[in-house]
Design a protein around this ligand. Sequence first.
Ligand code: GPK
Length: 829
Amino acid sequence: SIPLKSRETWKKFAVQKFDSKDSFENSFVRHVETTLARSLYNCDELAAYQATSETIRDNLITDWNKTQQKQTAKDQKRVYYFSLEFLMGRALDNALINTKTRDLVRDSVDDLGFNLEDLIQKEPDAALGNGGLGRLAACFVDSLSSGEYPAWGYGIRYQYGIFAQKIIDGYQVETPDYWLKFNNPWEIARNEIQIPIDFYGYVEHTKNDNGVKKSNWIGGERVIATAFDFPVPGYDTKNVNNLRLWSAQPTTEFDFAKFNSGDYQNSVQDQQRAETITAVLYPNDNFDSGKELRLKQQYFWVAASLHDIIRRFKKSKRPWSEFTDQVAIQLNDTHPTIAIVELQRILVDLEGLPWDQAWSIVTNTFGYTNHTVLPEALEKWPVELFQRLLPRHLEIIYDINLFFLQTVEKQFPKDRELLSRVSVIEESQPRQIRMAYLAIIGSHKVNGVAELHSELIKTTIFKDFVKIYGVSKFTNVTNGITPRRWLKQANPELAELIESKLGSDAYLKDLTLLKKLEEYADDSDFVKKWAQVKTNNKARLIGLIKRLTNIEIPNPEALFDIQVKRIHEYKRQQLNIFGVIHRYLQIKKASPEERKSFAPKVSIFGGKSAPGYYAAKLIIKLINSVAETINNDPDVGDLLKVVFIPDYNVSKAEIIAPASDLSEHISTAGTEASGTSNMKFVLNGGLIIGTVDGANVEITREIGEENIFLFGNLSENVEEIRYSHRYNGYQLPESLEEVISAIEANKFGDGNEFRQLVESIKYHGDHYLVGDDFESYLKAQELVDESFKDTKEWVKKSILSVANSGFFSSDRAINEYAEGIWNVESINT
Ligand code: GPK
């Protein structure tokens, strides 16, 4: 630290944040001329985006520094959110909104010869996530900062985010997302933070002087974790929290034997392999791929993060017994579960704590969030892989399991079935480690992400653990979304209209204030303005569609029916596209007079398939083939258009969500844990067609069932129906047979190509109940058509939905975690 006599000099030159047009412009020009080494003669839009961002960054870092100092001084309990995915999207517009400098910056860049909207478009998305789980983490860090919680996110700085999706001949083609091609102004490289992380090797067993057994892991391969910090500004506060993402580097300690062998080139290449650990995000959603490199990513990130947290804790010179007063760690899914074992290893092997004391610290530190009940998504790792990669961790897992099974045995003597069901080790070929069970055993709370889902985990996949631990270990925190990005930023016109009635932007911090909008649901002037905002947003989307697909949407008054999310059989985009085909066939059959009864409609799809998920890729191809036929059938004209928006991502979602009249959340009941795009669409005044699944249930409760179009079988009947399909056979409804016949008759390209898709429904059990829900889906769509014709009633439903969607703010979700799971308080309380 600086000697006292020099501090006055420092203070004199303390960095000033920009707070006026002049100071912004001054800083902008300085960044153009120094940071970017350009001038007014060669400052293009990209450079202007960068100079703008550098200027904002200066402000953020100033506040970030102060926040960290303040939090350190306050010395409260902190929360650490461990997530392998942070799907952040763009940072600039969000920073402008959260720091309330947007108008000032817009005017300033205008002075300087640029248009802010254009500059914002220059930023690549930070797409370090797959879908809902990753975007939830991004909304959560926004809410943690906005609520002024002392909180850090920990993740991986992938060099390649989720792949960019191209559509070629109707097929998905993946291309790499090298998002760091230009200097990234939103990160601070902490090259001084260098944490060694070991893999492989062996375990040494010795005894200390008192005869106590000691284990010591000698690693066989070392890489360095280096930190990149991403400042996360809260809304309308100076609080700026940290998102720390780790990047892998080679060590500079050399294996001289290797280098001395004379093969310099190969030895350097071996070193370089370290960087592959953080090179790429695994592109799977709701699916466990079980690759060795993935496990390496998990351990690398978790070990570096724990090392960082423990270093911070040790600086306070507290005894270990106070660790859980200072630290709460939330595990976003099972991906960071190895943290439970790593902390136990640190406490026992390195810090010399007795096993039981260490284990009590561990279990009181962690909370585990489950995001799915789909069996194919539950992580398992081969014992053999652990044995090689993390030999000491495997021993500790065995011990954790042994002690756990001993207590179960005491509680339920002689129930061998139970013991084998709940064992962390699955006695299969090969033997596997069940990460979810380890996460439950090592945490003090386990939560699901919507009420229905949290009930389901207690009665299905984790049933035995409820018996063992009691029900109180299991809880619910319904997901939420940040209204800053998903209302103010994505839908500025609607935000402005809302503000004109609520009198302020306070609803952005307390979203339940939207309730007041109910008063205006019948106010004809307000209704008119509300409808106009929707039309304007639809026009914006029409522009995007034209740019991306060259498809013309002639009629902005048509019903925009949207389903954007990862492509997955359980999410049932196939049900949607079959419904579209059905509609097409009905239109074709109708007389000119009858055709007048159809509401003109645009069916919009978007979403990525995992690269190796054949069935999902077929669904994409089918959607594009159907679009091709329908959009080019002059007989249909404006009555029906079908669009697949390529490369769905966060920045496109910001244009899509405000433009829906109707959005589809139609998963087989019991399969979608929560869904969060349902919340985004409702908050932007779109209505929902959906199944009784995930957060749809609570959305219905909040907004009223007259404002949502629900259909389909209930989750409690799904297993029975599947069973019946298997043993009694089943028959598809005629309406669906007709759709399938049209596909088979090559009306949408070569029908043969879609055989697998069709056969899984027709002959192989129809696991996702497309046939069982088809008629009820069509009925719900008929109701939609009916409702949409009555514009006034429709807009009223829209206003009432928004008015009652306050519950779905991620601020509310974070407050629930803070109180019910973390026991962490906001910095000002
Ligand atoms: C769940 F298991 C997973 C996964 O691997 N990826 C993912 O995005 C989603 N999720 C659920 O599918 C959604 O229902 C949920 O809203 C979201 O996680 C956030 O909880």
